[in-house]
Design a protein around this ligand. Structure first.
Ligand code: ZN
Length: 139
């Protein structure tokens, strides 16, 4: 299956990392690895306390669940902390979702929802992306 460019995925917007303790994770990423912390936000709609660190124009997104019944909480219980998702930037998320849907990918979100920093985001199920939970983001 071929996806048209360049209106589709333009760059890696961020890598999502699930963590048990965001302050401990910040101590690693901000203090030891010296990535600047550029944003911190509780995203109630996604059930996470999130932090964005800058790395070469892309980001690491640390995600601590707000509770065990959230998506990230369940992920942590099942898999433990670690890589959670890869997020690609798109210029037009509605158009991108429609193209991905037409290409046969299994969408978790049929419509965009609000993510960190007021972005529009949508997730693609890992069963149709080779086991990688995939997010698309329109900043
Ligand atoms: Zn993300």
């Amino acid at each position: 299956m071929n996806l048209p460019r360049p209106e589709m995925l333009s760059t890696i917007d961020h890598i999502g990392v699930a963590v048990e303790d965001i302050d401990a994770a910040l101590s690693l990423y901000r203090d030891t690895l010296q990535m600047p912390l550029i944003h911190r936000e509780t995203v109630e709609a996604q059930g996470v306390d999130a932090a964005l660190l800058d790395i070469g124009g892309s980001h690491i997104e640390l995600l601590q669940p707000l509770g065990p019944d959230t998506t990230v909480g369940k992920f942590l219980a099942r898999r433990g902390s670690g890589l959670h998702h890869v997020a690609y930037r798109v210029p037009d998320i509605v158009r991108a979702l429609s193209t991905l849907n037409a290409a046969g990918l299994r969408l978790i979100d049929e419509r965009p929802r609000t993510g960190i920093r007021g972005s529009q985001v949508a997730f693609i199920h890992p069963s149709s992306t080779g086991g990688v939970l995939t997010e698309i983001v329109q900043p």
